[in-house]
Design a protein around this ligand. Sequence first.
Ligand SMILES: Nc1nc2c(c(=O)[nH]1)N[C@H]1C(S)=C(S)[C@@H](COP(=O)(O)OP(=O)(O)OC[C@H]3O[C@@H](n4cnc5c(=O)[nH]c(N)nc54)[C@H](O)[C@@H]3O)O[C@H]1N2
Ligand SMILES: Nc1nc2c(c(=O)[nH]1)N[C@H]1C(S)=C(S)[C@@H](COP(=O)(O)OP(=O)(O)OC[C@H]3O[C@@H](n4cnc5c(=O)[nH]c(N)nc54)[C@H](O)[C@@H]3O)O[C@H]1N2
Ligand code: SF4
Ligand SMILES: [Mo]
Length: 747
Amino acid sequence: MSQQPRAAERVVYRSCSLCEAHCGVAVELEGGRVRTVRGDPEDPLSGGYICPKAYGLKGLQEDPDRLTRPLIREGSAWREAGWDEALGLVASRLREIREAHGADAIGAYVGNPNAHDYGALLYLPTLLRSLGTRWRFSATSVDQLPKMVSSCLLFGAPLAVPIADIDRTDFLLMLGANPLASNGSLMTAPDFPGRLRRLRERGGRLVVVDPRRSETAETADEHVFVRPGSDAYLLFALVHVLFAEGRLRLGRLAEWTRGVERVAELARPFSPERVEAACGVPAETLRRLARELAAAPRAAVYGRIGTCTQEFGTLASWLVDVLNVLTGNLDRPGGALFPRPAHGPADAGGRRKGHVPFARWRSRVRGLPEFAGELPVACLAEEIDSAGDARLRALVSVAGNPVLSTPNGARLAKALEGLEFFAAVDLYLNETTRFAHVILPTTPPLERDNYDMAFHALSVRNFAKWSPAALEKPAEARDLWWVLAELAGRLAGADAAAADELMLAGLLSRTVGREGSACPGVSEAEARAQLGPEPGPARLLDLMLRAGPYGDRFDPAAPGLSLAKLRAAEHGLDLGPLEPRVPGMLATESGAIELAPDLLVADVARLERGLAERGRDGFVLIGRRHLRSNNSWMHNLPALAKGKERCTLLVHPEDARTLGLVAGGRARVRSRVGALEAPVELSDAMMRGVVSLPHGHGHDAPGARLAVAGRRPGVNSNLLSDETLIDALSGNAVLNGIPVEISPAGA
Ligand SMILES: Nc1nc2c(c(=O)[nH]1)N[C@H]1C(S)=C(S)[C@@H](COP(=O)(O)OP(=O)(O)OC[C@H]3O[C@@H](n4cnc5c(=O)[nH]c(N)nc54)[C@H](O)[C@@H]3O)O[C@H]1N2
Ligand SMILES: Nc1nc2c(c(=O)[nH]1)N[C@H]1C(S)=C(S)[C@@H](COP(=O)(O)OP(=O)(O)OC[C@H]3O[C@@H](n4cnc5c(=O)[nH]c(N)nc54)[C@H](O)[C@@H]3O)O[C@H]1N2
Ligand code: SF4
Ligand SMILES: [Mo]
């Protein structure tokens, strides 16, 4: 006799917000608790796919180490406090420091989870404005900053990132990405494994360029080993071949592209034969790849972490798009296109054109340039620990763990310890927040509503989904948006409601009631009446949706979109495949794609200089990700932490032999800035001369409250990453291709 599974009392459909894939999930509830988390087969984008981390939503909810009340540190002890006391203390300490030393004595660090919370995305600018500091840092500069710089120069907007049209392309050239572990990045494509499988089933070809035969490379038609940090040479060689062999095909974009001849000149010296040693890729392979790319009916080049967090990150990010343009694949189906998110403006029409927010100020110690209002996090520690009146004395961090995530974690930890005041908004007492004076914990994903503001703009289909809170939050819990707004308000002598009203008024004045705005025929009063009195991000989102490209323009009888309509579509709304958006979305001064902008052209000289030094380096270190892991902060969930040891040093067996390392033994790894020991795992998937260690481990820090993670702490790979190694153009940290010396531990 088969037993019928018990039905859940209630099922809430929403998205998993743990990674960029944002898969649709069905959260089954029973007795006020989560019974389980399943994939939602009716989600039009993910079709039921989830990865093991989805279950982590339940684990996170129930983790006894997750903080639920504000903590105030007294000496080395922590005590729980109410919100009024904790926020009052943060605001008064920050005001004191600002009055004594100026707003630039306070720094801010914003971590990755903010990108997965629309409340954070909407209210962070308010807090940052209220702090008034130019010393803003974020996980951007250990991640996609180079792509943002290049997109800003080429297309006029930092977040104008072309998305590889994986569902329709015939040829995907992927560099420095491992979506079988990461589930995709700057490319929201839930069920990436299934999409790649279908690409190959319909006769398409997948080529992966990576110094490790990654899980994704294993499934590809071809894997090309590349020396870490040499992608710009490889990509330039492909560009060289396109020009040399007359394989250009700009198509419709010819009219909208400037600088093609300049690119031809720049590519001339980078022949396949000249760069093959630097890349570790035979010249014939480079030539063949260029020909295949040019010959494919529809092709897309996609580069990610491995192409960004390296010495020539901006050049490599740029050349990815150069190839897409030169082969006629940019902005056409099956190539790489710009999404049209429901909350976004219809095109660049009303925006400021040609504005490149670069180097308007520089860091104090090293003179690194600001981009889009942020300084590279590689210089955060020195801005705190270098003597001088203008040093950083206080820090506010929001959902970040820079001690494990940014270069030279040991120096940063020491610097944080020396701060006069440190406030952390975070779910855990961890490697970073243990140095805080106050920790403000906010609601975990299932207790808050969400709309995937960042990732709908990076999605392989135009898509919108409302994620309702699955669980009612406890009385003492606060959402991140509210904490940001309340803090912003208090710094200005007001509160969250005042900060929220300011946001709404600003957004309304740009969106309705004015000639040239999205809704010229709607008065502010009318819009306010329809949006309702409830403060918070949902109301702002409603306004953006209604004024957006699919919006109802405040005519409830019109077929267009509003938050109410989105809420009613509980599995999400498929808004169709990506469609051409050039020239409407371009926001460059010329209104065209600037294929050879001055800043990038100037950086090519550095690439040229680097060529002589390449190909004869010693060992270099790269990173890797694991499907059950999420940067630094999900190792405390038993269901995800189980299994074999993951924080191992991968070494090619031949290299191990010459180094005297054995499987299961321990290696000592040393870089300019630090040393550590890690267990050795032999792997012929590694390129010779390259070793790999995952980041986000090292959970044995004294004072952290991470019982499960602490049992198998692993080591912090960012003890080895050197804060002086950066992509000189963008200031992005080099986290792949770090020179290291390796020996058997104890030798
Ligand atoms: N060596 C090496 N280093 C890397 C990388 C690499 O590939 N190699 N990758 C880099 C990349 S791509 C990134 S994005 C960065 C990430 O850098 P960070 O964002 O600094 O680090 P995370 O590990 O994501 O830490 C997130 C923090 O937010 C907290 N948190 C999680 N969810 C919430 C929430 O909902 N609310 C609040 N208030 N807090 C929350 C967690 O407890 C944790 O402290 O790491 C970078 N570091
Ligand atoms: N399971 C899981 N998923 C995640 C995360 C996680 O920590 N765990 N983190 C999330 C975040 S914040 C991000 S940004 C994304 C990142 O998503 P991905 O970009 O897919 O990141 P990785 O899986 O680290 O893959 C990077 C690949 O680049 C290769 N590589 C290293 N150096 C070079 C190089 O110089 N050139 C080339 N061509 N390749 C190189 C590495 O060997 C690795 O296979 O993943 C997100 N998803
Ligand atoms: S791939 Fe996994 S972690 Fe990422 S959104 Fe989907 S279920 Fe969540
Ligand atoms: Mo990231």
